[in-house]
Design a protein around this ligand. Structure first.
Ligand code: HEM
Length: 162
């Protein structure tokens, strides 16, 4: 194993850990929020979104950059198009693109609306329609975490499919 590949793999595994950490961190922050005074709720929701999206950004970008480094080091390609790619890795790449799409279409817009609402809410929770958007963003980010989990299993298991 050359040293560059080791570095890429270490970054890749740390990034996967940061990304999947969104799930327990979000459960912990939900629990903390239930103990807060009403006037702190909206600001806390915004902070919660910032913490979770920070983990997602570091994890998602780290996985991508180190993933490119790894396929370069291993001589594999993208989607079996640029060079032969094992099926578990093609699946991982497809799942990554789907996760990225969900983040861009649902998670980031939901958080943006939440931040906008926070600027107008003086006290308590934001209005119900904004809460609904935020809940959809949270559900979407749980789906992304599930995809990350599936990718970790695929990466460790490396099943031969097809
Ligand atoms: C959510 C996305 C992803 C997650 C959670 C993930 C997770 C992992 C983990 C945990 C490993 C270590 C497996 C082991 O050493 O046993 C790994 C290895 C690897 N990953 Fe990913 N990965 C993701 C996306 C990608 C992408 C997009 C690429 C390529 C562009 C990629 C390329 C690789 C390669 C080449 C290896 C080395 C496999 C080997 O040991 O032979 N990964 N991945």
């Amino acid at each position: 194993m050359n040293i560059l590949r080791v570095i890429f793999l270490v970054i890749h595994i740390i990034s996967a850990g940061l990304w999947i950490a969104q799930f327990p961190v979000s459960l912990i922050l939900d629990r903390v929020r239930r103990t807060l005074a009403p006037e702190a709720l909206t600001a806390f929701r915004v902070t919660q979104g910032q913490v979770l999206s920070g983990l997602g950004q570091m994890g998602g970008m780290g996985i991508l950059v180190s993933g490119f480094g790894l396929i370069w080091a291993d001589g594999w390609g993208l989607f079996n198009l640029t060079a032969p790619t094992p099926s578990w890795l093609v699946l991982k790449q497809v799942f990554y693109v789907i996760a990225f799409g969900i983040v861009g279409a649902l998670v980031i817009p939901g958080q943006a609306q939440m931040r906008k609402a926070a600027a107008t809410v003086a006290q308590g929770n934001p209005p119900a329609d904004i809460l609904a958007i935020e809940n959809r963003a949270i559900m979407a980010s749980h789906v992304v975490n599930l995809i990350v989990l599936i990718n970790i299993i695929l990466a460790v298991w490396k099943p031969f499919i097809g």
